[in-house]
Design a protein around this ligand. Structure first.
Ligand code: SF4
Length: 450
């Protein structure tokens, strides 16, 4: 039992029940506090001012018990190709070509065990099984929307929950192709006020194995095992977390994705979306391993500071100055994401400011219409305002595309599914504590993260 449960016996019973249901124990104090808070819109620990029954945010995480004892075995999916080759030759005494064979089994043939690697000798497989493990994220829930969007709730090896979404589209030949939205952190520290994930706070960074494990899970679900004709065509780092705050693992993931004997994703099929973090932006650009998308959501500093308070610490002016010199290939443009929030950032005056701002770079705009979510203080703009906003941008020669929200019936916006799972626990807390037990805060529309 975690230390906070011993200090607060009123939470111990809840912790036990959460444990039995496989929910992360770190969520218990958070959701007990959330359940008792008079305003469910801003229940983040850092904003806590009125803790019930003598609790303060200091009793919340940092304790995160690990359901499975940490293994001393190598997490083989967490090795880049060079690391795998060095480990197999130096530690196992294997020839180099074995590393290539194992790599292909891991990343192209979706092997979940060393036994499946039939062109590798039995002796080598036994040595591998003694020293290493292949750990995929565990699928907790899969929801398929009426529009074909598929959302997975995944449990990582320590029980942490993350989400990934497959968004369908049709190729010119009429074939179904998927874009996968990947998470890179458990929770997020940025606290954007319209985002479900932001309201959960930050738990930890994901490893390369966990980030790319999402792709393996999706490919297995789709029966997608032909790298030459993949069903998952595009990847977007727009799920839970801010990629540039987990730069090391994101860069390792991009290099591994790029490997022609592995997942074989060309940089043209990968987009990394950031809310605008100074550190790492240059490195990402110089790597040439992915396109860049920047979540703007506000055309001026004052509004950005209101709806994205942490992202706005790097001022809009400085962000745009950095983007002006961002390394772009010929004909490449930066994508700006702009979430239209009714009555907040959707007026013609906002559009005018936006044109001035994005014209400083080679840019195109994705306009995303906000999906109202319970507990968050925003609403969708009217259709007339959306169209007027878009038309104004086009009239000033700014490319702007309205992105349709998908998967609304399955809580496809990032953080919503995890929030609803954890909301069950809030219900428990409500029963135990005699409060009304608020659910998770919900989230915005498709592709509105980071
Ligand atoms: S929108 Fe992106 S950066 Fe902002 S809180 Fe959500 S996940 Fe984090």
């Amino acid at each position: 039992m975690p230390a906070w449960a011993a200090e607060h016996p009123e939470l111990a019973a809840l912790a036990e029940r959460a444990d039995r249901r496989g929910l992360p124990l770190a969520a218990v104090p958070l959701y007990c506090l959330r359940a008792a808070h008079p305003n469910p819109a801003y229940p983040r620990p850092m904003h806590w001012t009125n803790p019930p029954r003598g609790l303060t945010h200091t009793v919340m995480p940092p304790v995160r018990p690990t359901p499975c004892p940490p293994s001393r075995m190598i997490d083989i999916l967490n090795l880049t190709y060079d690391e795998l080759e060095a480990w197999m030759t130096d530690e196992l005494g294997e020839p180099r070509f074995r590393a290539r064979q194992v790599w292909q089994w891991l990343w192209q043939k979706n092997a979940r065990s060393f036994d499946a690697m039939t062109n590798v000798s039995k002796a080598t497989r036994a040595r591998l099984a003694e020293a290493a493990r292949i750990t995929w994220p565990e699928v907790r829930t899969v929801k398929t929307s009426s529009d074909g969007t598929v959302k997975f709730l995944l449990a990582l090896s320590d029980g942490a929950l993350v989400e990934t979404v497959l968004i369908p589209s049709e190729s010119r030949e009429g074939k179904v192709r998927m874009t996968q939205c990947l998470s890179c952190q458990v929770g997020c520290a940025m606290g954007c006020t319209f985002c479900s994930t932001g309201s959960m706070g930050f738990e930890r960074n994901m490893t390369m194995a966990e980030i790319l494990g999402q792709v393996l899970v999706a490919r297995e679900h789709l029966g997608d095992d032909r790298p030459d004709h993949p069903i998952v065509r595009n990847l977007v780092f727009m799920g839970m977390g801010e990629p540039l705050l987990n730069l090391n693992e994101v860069m390792r993931s991009l290099r591994t994705l790029n490997d022609e004997f592995g997942l074989c994703f060309s940089p043209r099929r990968i987009t990394v979306s950031t809310c605008g973090i100074e550190k790492g932006l240059r490195e990402l650009g110089e790597s040439g391993l992915a396109f860049l998308a920047v979540s703007l959501h506000a055309p001026n500093q004052e509004l950005r500071a209101r709806i994205m308070p942490r992202a706005a610490r790097w001022t809009l002016d400085d962000l745009m100055a950095a983007l002006e010199s961002y390394p772009l290939k010929t004909r490449e443009r930066i994508t700006f994401e702009y979430l239209l929030l009714g009555g907040v950032n959707d007026s013609i005056e906002h559009a005018r400011e936006l044109v001035r701002l994005v014209s400083r770079t080679k840019a195109k705009l994705n306009l995303i219409v906000y999906n109202p979510a319970e507990g968050l203080p925003y609403e969708a703009p009217s259709q007339a305002r959306i169209l007027a906003f878009e038309q104004y941008l086009w009239s000033k020669n700014v490319t702007a595309i309205i992105r349709k929200s998908k998967g609304q019936d399955i809580k496809a916006a990032c953080g919503q599914l995890k929030a609803s799972e954890l909301a069950d626990l809030a219900g428990l807390a409500g029963q135990e504590e005699g409060t009304d037990g608020h659910g998770g805060p919900g989230g915005p529309g498709e592709a509105d993260e980071t």
